[in-house]
Design a protein around this ligand. Structure first.
Ligand SMILES: NC(=O)c1ncn([C@@H]2O[C@H](COP(=O)(O)O)[C@@H](O)[C@H]2O)c1NC=O
Length: 513
């Protein structure tokens, strides 16, 4: 009786020797390609060269080695169809029952420094996915392994029963199509980018599971966190957790929102955030100062919130944080004493984020809608402050100008209709997500009411009417920044002039819905 055959052709050799030894123990003949054969034989594992089956030697630098009917016929033949088996016999092809293939490292190649198109193209695997797909299509009879993590389960079943179960083969087959689809998606996106195609007719998104979450937005919703297979600018997906409970769905979204804000600032900055909106943004000469600014911006809302710092957390800052209940702290690093201080609380999630990564936001923004997905560029436009126009008689003082720059950075990250009241180093009042703009103005000013000397106000979009301007002026605001663009801008300008308030137009709107 001819031995059962396993075809092994792998780039990632993890766990291979042990698995191949198990196949030998079970008297399964191993057929392999050049590099894999050499690797196995160096460990004393005897294999048959794939060339002895195809009758062709590998050619074109490995572009063609297993692409042959003797391989694909052996994998695709239905074992329950006499006609298929007759075809095999007619061509003297023997069945292959096991396939163990993983692919040329395309992703790792394109991530290397200075890799050109030619090298990338040579790392597009063709023969490997073809074998995987043939085997996976025929999972009813063929066991296919694309992930070395699956060697143990297959080995176990073979050692116990000489064969794998249909259930396992079906799972492994489905996994293959996920892997080849994701592999092709990375290639497709790379080549699409290469030809600068901005709106391709098909969107293919390779994401890998990072974490199965305990639940989603609410405890009755299932949820999973998937991350882009290609690392992008610094993000919640790249954070390393040093301490505390597992991140939840809401934690991840909030942390993401907070990280986006801190990206905007170069100087030491702390962002405190709750429910996708900042409740305090503070800057200072040191991270301690910045934290105090963010905390005092709204000492009530920060409770149970998320704090992101863009500098190493030191002991004095950690002590202040420790005095509060915070869900998550994110920073580029922590001094040993600061970490020890924060770790006294069992549950607080302490995360480290490498801020040195490229912060240019190249990843697009994707929003799910029922039945589809919207894709847009991130709102990463850098404001050109010298293009802002003062439309009122009164011009901003130097201090007001600094505060207006700070306010306009902050308002961009507040849910529309967004209004922020700030000084030059901290938010003082934040009106978020109201259905009319004057509602947000009132909320922001009510919160800032004890700190309005020298405060400025920013709006993420134009004022449709002059009522907001009047309200702000009556409360003591002396300078306002907004995009402008309403057909009734003139009314707002006149209202500002009436109260001696400065108003700048930026001509750039920053809705955040
Ligand atoms: N061209 C082919 O027919 C072909 N057949 C298998 N491969 C790949 O070659 C790699 C293994 O090659 P080797 O055993 O020679 O080191 C595997 O990642 C496998 O997916 C091929 N390479 C690329 O397409």
């Amino acid at each position: 009786m001819t031995k059962r055959k396993a075809l092994i052709s792998v780039s990632d050799k993890t766990g291979l020797i042990e698995f191949a030894k198990t196949l030998c123990e079970l008297d399964i003949e191993i057929v392999s390609t050049g590099g894999t054969k050499q690797y196995l034989e160096e460990s004393g594992i005897k294999t048959t060269a794939v060339e002895s089956i195809t009758g062709f030697s590998e050619m074109m630098d490995g572009r063609v080695k297993t692409l042959h009917p003797a391989i694909h016929g052996a994998l695709l033949a239905r074992r329950d169809k006499a006609a298929h088996l007759n075809d095999l016999q007619a061509h003297n092809i023997q069945l292959i029952d096991f396939v163990c293939v993983n692919l040329y490292p395309f992703k790792q190649t394109i991530l290397k420094e200075g890799v050109g198109l030619e090298e990338a193209i040579e790392n597009i695997d063709i023969g490997g996915p073809s074998m995987l797909r043939s085997a996976a299509k025929n999972y009813a009879s063929v066991t296919v392994i694309v992930d070395p993590n699956d060697y143990p389960i297959v080995a176990k079943e073979l050692l116990e029963n000489q064969q794998t179960t249909l259930e396992t083969r079906a799972k492994l087959g489905a996994k293959v199509f996920r892997h080849t689809a994701a592999y092709d998606a990375v290639i497709a996106n790379y080549l699409t980018h290469n030809v600068a195609e901005k709106n391709p007719e098909l969107l293919v998104l390779p994401y890998e599971r990072k974490q199965v979450l305990r639940y989603g937005e609410n405890s009755h919703q299932q949820a999973t966190f998937y991350k882009n297979v290609l690392p992008d600018s610094y993000s919640i997906a790249c954070c390393k957790q040093l301490h505390g409970k597992e991140l939840s769905y809401n934690n991840i979204r909030d942390a993401d929102a907070a990280i986006r804000i801190v990206r905007e600032f170069v100087e030491p900055t702390v962002v405190a955030l709750k429910h996708m909106n900042p409740c305090g943004i503070g800057t200072g000469a040191t991270i301690f100062e910045a934290y105090i600014q963010a905390y005092t911006a709204d000492p009530v809302s920060i409770f149970g919130g998320i704090v992101v710092c863009n500098r190493t957390v030191d002991l004095p800052t950690a002590k202040k944080m420790h005095a509060l209940f915070l869900e998550i702290i994110i920073a580029p690093d922590y001094t040993a004493e600061a970490l020890a201080c924060l770790e006294q609380k069992k549950n607080v999630r302490i995360l480290k984020l490498d801020f040195s990564q490229d912060k240019q936001a190249i990843e697009t923004e994707k929003t799910g809608v029922l039945g589809g997905m919207l894709v847009q560029e991130q709102d990463s436009l850098v404001e050109e402050v010298d293009q802002w126009v003062c439309v009122t008689k009164r011009k901003p003082t130097k201090e007001e100008q600094q505060a207006l720059v700070f306010a306009y950075k902050a308002v961009k990250y507040v849910k529309s209709n967004a209004i922020v009241v700030t000084n030059a180093t901290q938010t003082l009042g934040i009106g978020a997500g109201q259905m009319n703009r004057v509602g947000s103005v009132k909320i922001a000013l009510e919160q800032a009411k004890d700190n309005l000397i020298g405060a400025v106000l920013a709006s993420d979009a134009f004022f449709p009417m002059s009522d907001s301007v009047e309200y702000a002026a009556l409360k003591g605001i002396r300078a306002i920044i907004q995009p402008g663009g309403s057909i009734r801008d003139q009314e707002s300008i006149e209202m500002a002039d009436k109260y001696g308030v400065t108003m700048l137009f930026t001509n750039v709107r920053h809705f955040r819905h």
